[in-house]
Design a protein around this ligand. Structure first.
Ligand code: ANZ
Length: 844
């Protein structure tokens, strides 16, 4: 048989699609639209298997919807600002722009080799000034609407690199790059007021029916709505502090109070600025890190003040006030009351500092003597040791009752809190979107007039300076507005801002005057199906949702609050891990397999095979998609990446797997040649209706599985179809019957293996007007059914008979059946139990 020459065939079709602008999209109001979007990549230089999977899944859907007659928008662009470009440029004395653009060109040509149905005319890149110009415009609009503000905030400051570090970049209290002890520094930063929309962002989740529940739950937890109350504690002691307010979700445990703890940044810390011991304590605290996880697992430490707090429900009780590292400044009031018996953090703290642990809730199956001593009891039960609260059911009734009492006594009031914090968008970096404001000599903010946008990044600048390179650009920093000399803001925007609205830009990428064109948005938005990694389940998706709320706010022209109608999160691509005898990671390319054992190619030493883990450079278990496409073709790569497991689960990449897919395409090709041969035979009569029936069944299955994202099942369906066709087609079918059915199969394969199917369709002179095949339900109906025949409850046979046959007729058939009749001969029949199309039980 002739070999399937994937190299020339794939190239041919990719050229054809490009030349014919096959995937170019335009508004067509009489046609139903479908906006299919995959998360756009960061142009690191090379595509990786995660991209291959993400974009294959998206392409399957885009092509399927196109064939179904939708007007499909399927764009691609580049999330091209960010640290890697700046670092690479610094190391190699390059221009970040050039570095980025070269990477984009490389990755674009790699993506094209995958045969994706992308409308490249809509390509965008966030680092180009005709993109970020509009982002700056949005920023100014949000500034006008007071949804952007500046505030002083504590940041992790690396004194050597002179830069702000994200929490994840602080390791054991030290900068990840410089290793310097990280300082806490107060810095003026720009914030988006995302918390203003906490409730709306929470409510909006309920309407997102086509989002995975796990993502909605993650967002819900991140927004973190808590019901509780604020309590005002009177303070006594050596300082002019009269009150400290705390937020609590468990006011009902107030009789279990044993201390009050405030954050090291709490207002009262101003009285301790000269206290050497306090300053030492503060340094100690910064080592814990500032993330909630770090705080939860880290050591709880405190600094005791001479202040005493009075229990509002029991004025005779006075407890010490501490500074503690586990209290966050930006949640509630930056202060908590400690109830060690019912909160584990408080318990750990009380144990460490020998504070009282008083039990005030007992589980229902324990009596009044219940006493917390080994660990906190946060569970439900009955209130005890709490004077007038005793006997209340905790937590349901007890919380509401206590709030009522506190409100009556004016000691506190009901409060709802959200964990969601405002989004700090300032970055002290060069390679980002400049924030379009300037300052006068007094530090007042002056927005750059819209007519002066974009504020372009200066080019050819020295990146090898400490801190933000923009700070040392004197000529760039100075700007004159309305005759006044001002100094530009040198912070740039977090790159998450760029990805919070790019899906709008795709709708009208060439719109000059604004970020989008209204007509286009009205037609294309919202995105019907968004596909990407679950690692973006929280921030990127929440920021995008916020950005739409922010543009819609106070805006009659725009009202799209939820940008993504459907969301699909795909699993990771995994691969076995390998180590040499010295415990160093080894990449799959460095090893060979001999008789099932793996060896290092260069010296034939043994390889230790580790578990399969998601592909990562650090473990060297990556596979280069470019090599795979060159060796096996894009269709084989697509087929394999879809075949192994459901798209939402992890997929195990293996050499054997890709080879099997490659061989299967060759088998399909052989079948294709066989069918073309068969067609030439020109049989005059169809032997049966079987091929048509099978094909209709197949189309029904594929359509259903495509709709449900059961892509791996489709590959199984395809294997079945191959086996069936391979046998059935030689059974004398008319050319037209063969052709019509086979054409349907090929059309259904376009989404999966587009090059192969296009080639085969062309061989049959089918190129134009290809539409998704329909199926006839009537043809699928089974005319017969298998009925189990039982005699006295025991199975005695199975007969295949016409559907819905009545009992009398069935009985006649049974009596005419030798094998069954022998059980009934000379027997008195008492009754029959008949379940249509399934079973008959004859009682004798
Ligand atoms: C007393 C208490 C007793 C609490 C008890 C819990 C259990 P969620 O549900 O996440 O909203 N808290 C309040 N402000 C805090 C801050 N700035 N930093 C750290 N912790 C803070 O959590 C609310 C609980 O977190 C509050 O209820 C408070 O501790 C603590 F048996 O108050 B609780």
């Amino acid at each position: 048989m002739e070999r399937y020459n994937f190299k020339s065939i794939e190239k041919k079709w990719q050229k054809f699609w490009e030349k014919n602008k096959s995937f170019k999209t335009k508004i067509n109001k009489s046609q139903k639209k479908f906006y299919c979007l995959e998360m756009f990549p960061y142009p690191s230089g090379k595509i990786h298997m995660g991209h291959v999977r993400n974009y294959t899944i998206g392409d399957v859907l885009a092509r399927f919807k196109t064939l179904q007659g939708f007007n499909v928008l399927h764009p691609m662009g580049w999330d091209s600002f960010g640290m890697p470009a700046e670092n690479a440029a610094k190391q190699n004395n390059l221009d970040p722009k050039l570095w980025t653009e070269t990477n984009i060109q490389n990755m674009k040509s790699q993506l094209k080799k995958l045969g994706l149905s992308i409308d490249w005319d809509r390509e965008i890149s966030t680092c180009s000034d005709d993109y970020y110009k509009h982002q700056q415009m949005f920023f100014l609009e949000l500034l006008e609407k007071k949804l952007v503000y500046r505030k002083e905030n504590y940041v992790n400051w690396d004194p050597v690199d002179e830069t702000v570090l994200a929490n994840e970049q602080v390791i054991d209290g030290k900068g990840w790059r410089s290793g310097a002890l990280v300082e806490r520094k107060k810095l003026s930063q720009w914030f988006f007021n995302i918390s203003k929309f906490s409730q709306e962002l929470l409510d909006g989740l309920d309407k997102l029916e086509n989002w995975p529940n796990k993502v909605k739950t993650m967002q819900k937890n991140w927004i973190g709505k808590s019901f509780g109350c604020e309590i005002n504690f009177k303070i006594e002691g050596n300082l002019p502090v009269q009150n400290i307010k705390c937020f609590t979700t468990r006011p009902d445990t107030l009789f279990g109070l044993s201390f009050l703890a405030v954050s090291i940044d709490h207002e009262i810390s101003k009285y301790f600025n000269d206290d050497k011991n306090f300053i030492k304590f503060r340094t100690e605290c910064s080592k814990t890190g500032t993330t909630e996880e770090a705080i939860a697992v880290g050591d709880k430490i405190g600094f005791k003040t001479k202040l005493m707090a009075i229990n509002p429900l029991n004025p005779n009780q006075k407890v010490p006030v501490y500074f503690a590292n586990f209290v966050l400044m930006d949640y509630g009031f930056g202060a908590v009351f400690g109830c060690p018996a019912h909160d584990q953090r408080d318990f750990d703290f009380a144990k460490k500092y020998n504070l009282e642990i008083k039990t005030v809730v007992r589980p229902k199956d324990q009596d009044e003597r219940f006493n917390v001593n080994k660990e906190a009891y946060p569970g439900p039960g009955i209130i005890i040791n709490s004077d007038f609260l005793n006997g209340l059911e905790a937590p349901k009734n007890s919380i509401i009752e206590t709030i009522k009492i506190l409100e009556e006594k004016k000691l506190g009031k009901k409060q709802i809190n959200f964990r969601l914090k405002d989004w700090g968008v300032s970055r002290q970096r060069y390679w980002g979107c400049p924030i379009p404001v300037a300052y006068d000599d007094n530090g007042n903010v002056k927005p750059i007039p819209k007519s002066m946008l974009p504020v372009k990044l200066p080019e050819n600048i020295n990146l090898k300076v400490k801190g933000n390179p923009l700070d040392s650009q004197k000529d760039w920093k100075e700007v004159e507005i309305n005759g006044k000399k001002l100094t530009r803001e040198t912070d740039t925007l977090d790159t998450f801002v760029c990805s919070s609205w790019y899906f709008l830009r795709f709708c009208s990428p060439n719109e000059k005057t604004y970020g989008f064109n209204k007509d286009e948005i009205d037609y294309w938005m919202p995105v019907d199906q968004y596909i990407g990694g679950v690692e973006h389940a929280i921030l990127h998706l929440l920021y995008s949702r916020f950005f739409m709320h922010a543009i819609s706010y106070d805006n009659k022209e725009f009202n799209i609050k939820e940008p993504f109608n459907g969301l699909f999160t795909q699993g990771m691509v995994c691969h076995e891990t390998y180590k040499d005898t010295n415990n160093n990671w080894v990449s799959p390319e460095e090893i060979e397999t001999i008789e099932g054992e793996k060896y290092l190619k260069k010296d034939k030493s043994r390889i230790i095979v580790g578990p399969s883990e998601s592909m990562s450079k650090s473990k060297k278990n990556t596979i280069d998609p470019e090599n795979i496409i060159a060796n096996y073709g894009a269709d084989a790569a697509r087929l394999f990446i879809l075949s192994d497991s459901p798209p939402e689960k992890d997929v195990q990449w293996s050499e054997e797997g890709i080879i099997a897919s490659f061989k299967f395409i060759q088998k399909l090709w052989n079948l294709n040649l066989k069918i073309n041969n068969e067609i030439k035979k020109k049989h005059s009569e169809d032997k049966s209706n079987d091929l048509t029936k099978y094909t209709h069944k197949f189309i029904k299955k594929i359509t259903g599985n495509l709709n449900d994202f059961n892509y791996n099942v489709i590959i199984a369906n395809l294997h079945e179809a191959y086996n069936y066709y391979n046998k059935e087609i030689t059974n004398n079918y008319k050319p037209n019957t063969l052709k019509e059915n086979y054409k349907k199969i090929l059309t259904a394969l376009i989404p999966i293996i587009p090059h192969f199917s296009s080639e085969c369709l062309e061989m049959m002179n089918e190129k134009a007007n290809i539409v998704w095949p329909t199926y006839d339900e009537k043809l699928l109906e089974e005319k017969n059914s298998d009925v189990v025949v039982q005699i006295n409850g025991k199975k005695r046979g199975l007969i295949n008979i016409k559907k819905d046959i009545d009992e009398k007729e069935l009985f006649k058939i049974i009596l005419n059946n030798k094998n069954l009749y022998k059980y009934l001969e000379n027997k008195e029949i008492k009754k029959n139990i008949y379940i249509k199309n399934k079973l008959i039980n004859i009682i004798i």
